[in-house]
Design a protein around this ligand. Structure first.
Ligand code: ZN
Length: 848
């Protein structure tokens, strides 16, 4: 028999239906509430245990199945965030009604039921309240069975000050003014059966779009007053993606309405509360005429992602937090599918390759983790919202989808949703459904990717009559451990010679495998299409066969992978830096944005690793690469050019003016920005981020003042964050100090301040000051910033590339552990180790 974990709820009592009434008071940031929960008592119990945190409970009573009404009392356990209710008698089995009143505070930590403030168009400070319950913060708003498997129906009533709007998960049944208090009571319909972490209450002054109908459900986008003109784009992708998912899943949208709501203070990107999705403003509100393509894509991505969750996550939910990847990987995968269908010209699956690369960067560490791993305490779930859950998870689903075929994969997903709707499921249930609908060995294949950390490096050599493939774990730091690990690797091959091009798909399950090819095969591409979550290393003659005509033989994604895999091999010490620098010379004539992104991001990475003298050499080398490309693309948008091309122009110019240090480019960028200030329409919007980054990189006090002013008076969320985060890129010491102070002055929302701090740590010219500041003000940061942002902020330490700073960082985190994100800190430190090892290895390179 296993002992019940103290932080888990006993299964003896389960909730069926909650009737909740909450009255938030925005003037003193408090709330009161009452609830009536229909519960099922499965065996006689002396006590009822449920979750509550930072709440006071009063007037507890229970009408038990035999009709007796018992008065109860509560014992709170702050450690386990539980309340134990006792009634002075044994509660008999059967259906019972539990009632209680409670009160709490609207906190400033952006979780539970929390406060948010903003200035209205007249400059007045205004207040609102919103919720963020995932993973385990519903218990801060009302006493509940706060585990995902305890699904129930929620009927919510919100009592708010006159003039305020209230939104919850279901449609408003009535809105009445209460005669005695003058307050407004919003009574909402029953929700579907769902988990507590999906409940939402939003209260404040809001304006919405007119509804558009998606099936029977009205869809609206909401914002605080003065921002309604920024909602149109989200409404478009909201409708398109919701309709797409209804078709894909073969199940209509499961709730009775959908509101997409922008909240001025928001800890993550967005939250998939059923029927009432909340977003940070940059992820929902956008001026479609002025925003860059990348900013529009971000809104489309996040809206599609959250909408995908209405089925995957909300309708079918993981049993426990170890299955979080089921929600998040799937929503990320579906987001790509939907946005790709909506705007094919964005080539969303091509740019997804950049996300896949970001996941591989973490997954190549010894301190990585499997996508799914045992989660004991609920707070451990908080550490799972990372690139491994989202991006690696989505990547391996894409790999599986490509291996099974799109339709077979979709049929399996439909079967899974149909079997488990309104309930909970585990990873193994998904494999069952996919195996039942495809007859492929899905479980054996996927278990090696989901339950095993890391990924393989597939080496390719010529063999008599074909090629020999071999797999072994890829690691940046090789210590010989875990070498016995193997994966079931779907290998997509394309080979060509005189008799034409052939394609092949095989499932590699052994350490080595020989694949026969036509006798005249001259070249071969392994991981053709680029969907595989592995790196490829070609033998020198096979690589030589690809290089001279790489535009003809390799697609853009395959070229990206060749660059990115070679860069990773360089960082891992498997290939000399000179080989990589020679390879990227091939990019000179490249027109694909993602291939250039791989090169430019490695340039930023190198700039953090190399010393001053080496950086000067690097700048020269990058100028040689980038200047001709900028020359070729020009500075102005060409007629008929795609948004991706104009974005690429911006990326090239931005890199030439910063990491390549090109004076002429810097000069021109300043002139163009001056022109933009006078006539915004005269400069292509996709160029503005580049101009801003160049000016910050070379910026003076007056530039700083200008950007700071633009941050304070920005007209859109995108402009606000653009100028705010640009402040992290100034190099003058006194301006660096101003930015550091700003992170804790209260002027920057705590949803953004940690990321501003991360930016300064990553700025090679500011990192030492930033590090001293972070150590000195650590306690203030922990107090002010949302818990989930601390480990993300600390990613900035990967920029502290020197043996001394690395030692300091190790010592600091040994004595200052980060509760929510210990794993991420370990990963940041290992990435720093990789960079310092490279710095030492490349010490004598790139010198005249
Ligand atoms: Zn999600």
């Amino acid at each position: 028999m296993s002992e019940r974990k103290p932080y888990r709820l006993p299964p003896t009592v389960t909730p069926e239906r909650y009737r909740l009434k909450l009255a938030p008071d925005l003037s003193d940031w408090t709330f009161t509430g009452e609830e009536q929960v229909t519960i099922n008592v499965h065996e006689p119990v002396r006590e009822i245990v449920l979750n509550a945190a930072e709440l006071e409970l009063h007037e507890i009573s229970l009408r038990s199945a035999d009709g007796n009404v018992l008065q109860g009392s509560a014992r709170l356990d702050p450690e386990n965030e539980q309340a134990t209710l006792s009634f002075g008698a044994t509660v008999p089995p059967g259906r019972a009604e539990l009632r209680m009143r409670f009160s709490g505070i609207l906190n400033d930590k952006l979780h539970g039921f929390y406060r948010s403030t903003y200035k209205n168009p007249d400059g007045q400070e205004k207040r609102l309240a919103s919720t963020q319950f995932e993973s385990t913060d519903a218990r801060r708003a009302f006493p509940c069975w706060d585990e995902p498997a305890f699904k129930a129906v929620f009927q919510v009533t919100l009592v708010v000050d006159q003039g305020l709007t209230a939104i919850s998960n279901a449609r408003t049944l009535r809105e009445v003014t209460l005669p005695e208090s003058g307050k407004t009571e919003f009574v909402f319909a029953d929700s579907m059966r769902m988990s507590t972490y999906l409940v939402a209450f939003i209260v404040g002054e809001f304006e919405s779009t007119d509804p558009v109908m998606v099936g029977d459900a009205p869809l609206r986008v909401w914002a605080v007053p003065g921002k309604r003109h920024l909602t149109g784009f989200a409404l478009d992708i909201g409708k398109a993606s919701l309709e797409y998912f209804g078709r894909y899943y073969g199940i209509p949208y499961p709730a009775d309405k959908l509101d997409l709501i922008a909240i001025p203070d928001f800890a993550s990107g967005a939250m998939e509360n059923l029927g009432a999705i909340t977003f940070r403003e940059t992820a929902l509100l956008v001026d479609a005429e002025r925003a860059t393509r990348a900013e529009l894509e971000r809104v489309a991505d996040v809206v599609a992602h959250e909408n995908a969750h209405m089925w995957f996550g909300d309708l079918v939910t993981m049993k426990w937090w170890n299955g979080l990847w089921l929600n998040e990987a799937f929503a990320t995968f579906m987001e790509m599918l939907a946005v790709d269908v909506w705007k094919p010209e964005w080539r969303r699956w091509d740019s997804f390759t950049v996300s896949r690369a970001a996941a591989m960067q973490v997954d190549g560490l010894k301190s990585t983790r499997p996508i799914e791993f045992p989660v004991e305490r609920p707070e451990e779930a908080a550490g799972m919202f990372d690139v491994l859950t989202y991006e690696k998870g989505a990547s391996v689903l894409r790999m599986l989808e490509q291996f099974l075929g799109g339709e077979s994969f979709r049929d399996g997903i439909r079967l899974y949703l149909e079997r488990h709707q309104y309930g909970n499921a585990e990873t193994t249930d998904l494999w069952d459904a996919l195996e039942d609908s495809t007859t492929q060995p899905v479980r054996a294949l996927m278990d090696s990717w989901i339950f095993q950390a890391g990924f393989p490096l597939v080496s390719v050599e010529r063999a008599p009559r074909g090629i020999r493939l071999s797999q072994r774990i890829f690691r940046y730091l090789q210590d010989g451990s875990d070498e016995d690990r193997t994966w079931h690797v779907p290998i997509f091959l394309r080979a060509g010679g005189k008799s034409g091009v052939v394609e092949k798909t095989i499932l590699m399950t052994d350490r080595e495998q020989v694949v026969e090819l036509a006798d005249d095969a001259e070249w071969v591409v392994v991981n053709a299409g680029g969907h595989g979550f592995y790196r490829v290393r070609y033998g020198s003659d096979l690589l030589a066969a690809l290089k001279p005509c790489w535009h003809d033989r390799l697609s853009a994604v395959e070229r990206f992978n060749l660059v990115n895999d070679t860069w990773a091999a360089t960082l891992a010490g498997l290939a000399p830096l000179a080989d990589y620098l020679n390879l990227i010379d091939l990019v000179r004539d490249e027109n694909d944005i993602n291939v250039w992104t791989a090169v430019i991001s490695s340039g930023h990475h190198l700039q953090r690793i190399l010393d001053d003298a080496q950086c000067a050499m690097l700048e020269e080398r990058l100028r040689g690469l980038l200047a001709p490309a900028v020359e070729r693309f020009g500075w102005a948008r060409k007629q008929g050019e795609s948004d991706l091309e104009s974005q690429l122009r911006g990326e090239l110019i931005g890199a030439l003016g910063t990491i390549a240090g090109d004076r002429a480019c810097q000069e021109h960028a300043r002139q163009l920005f001056a022109q933009y200030e006078k006539a915004p329409e005269s400069v292509d919007r996709n160029l503005i981020p580049a101009l801003v980054s160049i000016i910050a990189h070379t910026g003076t006090t007056s530039d700083y003042e200008k950007f700071y002013g633009r941050f304070k008076t920005a007209q859109t969320p995108q402009e606000e964050t653009r100028y705010l985060f640009a402040l992290a890129n100034f190099r003058v010491a006194e301006l660096v100090d101003r930015t550091l102070k700003l992170t804790l002055s209260g002027e920057v929302r705590t949803q953004n301040a940690p990321y501003l701090m991360r930016g300064v740590l990553l700025n090679r010219f500011a990192r030492e000051r930033a590090w001293e500041f972070m150590k000195a003000r650590w306690g203030d940061m922990l107090r002010q910033y949302p818990d989930n942002s601390i480990a993300r902020m600390c990613e900035g330490i990967v920029g502290l590339v020197s043996r001394r700073l690395e030692a300091e960082a190790r010592e600091f985190f040994a004595t200052h552990p980060v509760k929510q994100g210990a794993k991420q800190i370990e990963q940041h430190l290992e990435r720093l180790r990789v960079a310092v090892a490279c710095q030492e290895r490349w010490h004598d390179l790139l010198r005249p």
